[in-house]
Design a protein around this ligand. Structure first.
Ligand code: NA7
Length: 486
């Protein structure tokens, strides 16, 4: 038996799932490296006002760590961050996680089949396997707007919020109208002297009571009856299959949800802004925004909606194409993420010096979310094609980690030294993905963070059963497996 040395990079949903699986399967030589000062991934980095998960808490949780007593049906960011911390502590994973440790570079050594990692602490670390659990919505996208650096007041991206920033009583400009922009405008509007929301492309906003508390009696019942909690979780996983069907297959169900989105706009948006707030693409095409408060916020006296194109930022505010200067004291960038960076900015060098940046010049390309040709003994959890908008992230992270653990077991059993997915298998998978994307709602004529630089849609277009089938057992024919030298 040769115990594999495993480094997991990232301690968010994907990294914690991987850590749990490694612990459960009795691996002993592994560590999780996390660049943040705490666990939680996006829930650590994002703490802007109004942050709420748009997936109900009873499904946005690990199956192996069910929480009976969420405060809200849709939990807030701080609650979810605390949950991740608690899970790590309660499962005894904390000692394995090194925070404040960024991996700057990872290089594969062809001669001995190991990875050498260069850390921000100045150390190097050698591993047999690297599991990149580095996240999707990780690197903030800073817009390229003329004069941004000249703004006189604070400029803050929502994913790097400054908790000491005072916004009450000030004039706030918010750029961006995705889930984040909608949430931050709703939260900042009541206290602001004025809030201007710059909307380049309006979004469909599904109405939902996002502030709904989880009734105490329900929490008490779940605490007393863990079996019931488990059944509810499974029921929700099953139910999310309907959601997957809605986005991937045109049907009456899709039309019904789209009709609800149109109704939300008609019923909630102020009449004078309705035209400006009406998107020119189908509901559900972009990642659906859900809110119970945005239309109320944007119709308030101190709020204004600007759809005119931004031409630049000046010390005193934001200038638009009609020549107007929209005065502001604080500029909030709710401009999203470079969602296809994955492991980057880490410099990853695979077999024969292949750079990940070159391999992915046209956008990320992987096999079944987990493996990349040219990069032996490196796996990804919640890697390319993993965002789904319907299948639980925690479910796919745990499934992927268990899949990867099968390779680690074979290493431990002396059956392999290195494993690398083939180009052919990766191409075949990506052809399947492209074909399955055709009838999806994401392919109906809009632009969003789902699209890569190469124009492909970086999502999971199959159902949960297919995910389970693809990741239940490694298919040897899809891999180059090198056996250990005797
Ligand atoms: P998104 O959904 O990527 O939204 C980014 C927003 O920022 C979107 O409205 C963009 O407009 C806008 N944007 C980006 N650059 C500019 C410039 N230069 N000028 C004006 N507007 C700009 O990010 P979020 O953080 O809201 O949400 C990400 C995910 O987090 C979300 O989908 C959920 O899964 C949770 P555009 O639409 O491109 O015209």
């Amino acid at each position: 038996m040769t115990e594999p040395r495993v480094v997991v990079i990232g301690a968010g949903v994907a990294g914690i799932s991987t850590a749990y699986v490694l612990q459960q399967q009795g691996f002993t030589d592994w560590v999780v490296l996390e660049k943040g000062s705490d666990v939680g991934g996006v829930w650590y980095w994002n703490h802007y006002p109004g942050l709420t998960c748009d997936v109900p808490s009873q499904i946005y949780q690990f199956a192996f760590a069910p929480k009976p007593d969420w405060e809200r049906v849709w939990a807030t960011g701080p609650q979810i961050q605390r949950y991740h911390r608690d899970v790590v502590d309660e499962l005894g994973l904390a000692d394995r996680i090194r925070c404040d440790t960024e991996v700057l570079a990872a290089e594969f050594d062809d001669a001995d089949g190991t990875w050498t990692l260069t850390l921000s602490t100045g150390e190097t670390m050698v591993a047999d396997f690297v599991v990149c659990a580095t996240g999707v919505l990780e690197n903030p996208a800073i817009p390229d707007i003329d004069g941004l650096a000249d703004f006189a007041g604070p400029v803050v991206h929502t994913a790097r919020w400054d908790d000491s920033l005072v916004t009450d009583g000030r004039k706030i400009a918010v750029i961006g109208t995705g889930s984040t922009g909608v949430q931050v405008v709703s939260a900042l509007q009541p206290g602001a002297a004025g809030i201007t929301h710059f909307v380049r492309s309006p979004q469909w906003v599904l109405w939902a009571p996002m502030g709904l508390p989880q009734v105490g009696a329900v929490s008490a019942l779940f605490r007393r009856a863990p079996g019931l909690l488990d059944r509810v979780h499974r029921g929700l996983l099953w139910g999310s299959g309907i959601l997957a069907d809605i986005v991937t297959t045109p049907s009456w169900r899709r039309r019904a949800v789209q009709a609800y989105a149109r109704l939300s706009l008609r019923a909630q948006a102020p009449a004078r802004l309705r035209e400006d707030l009406t998107p020119d693409y189908e509901p559900l095409c972009k990642r659906q925004v859900v809110s119970g408060s945005y239309y109320r916020a944007i119709r308030a006296r101190n709020a204004s909606l600007v759809t005119e194109r931004i031409t630049g930022v000046e010390p005193g505010g934001v200038r638009t194409a009609d020549g107007r200067l929209h005065e502001a004291d604080v500029l909030v960038l709710a401009t999203g993420f470079r969602a296809h960076d994955y492991m980057r900015p880490m410099e990853v060098t695979g077999r024969e010096g292949i750079k990940l940046d070159d391999a992915w010049a046209d956008g990320p390309r992987a096999y079944r979310m987990t493996a990349v040709p040219g990069f032996p003994n490196l796996f990804t959890v919640l890697g390319p094609n993993s965002p789904t908008g319907s299948i639980s992230l925690q479910f796919s992270a745990e499934l992927s980690a268990k899949y990867i653990a099968q390779w680690l077991t074979r290493f431990r059993d002396g059956e392999l030294a290195t494993v690398e997915v083939t180009e052919e298998a990766t191409d075949a998978f990506n052809r399947q993905v492209a074909e399955a994307m055709v009838p999806t709602v994401w392919n109906t004529g809009c632009n969003s963070w789902y699209f890569t630089e190469g124009g492909t849609i970086d999502l999971w277009p199959f159902d949960r059963k297919t995910m389970v089938r693809m990741l239940s057992r490694p298919e040897d024919a899809d891999f180059h497996v090198r056996v250990p030298a005797r």
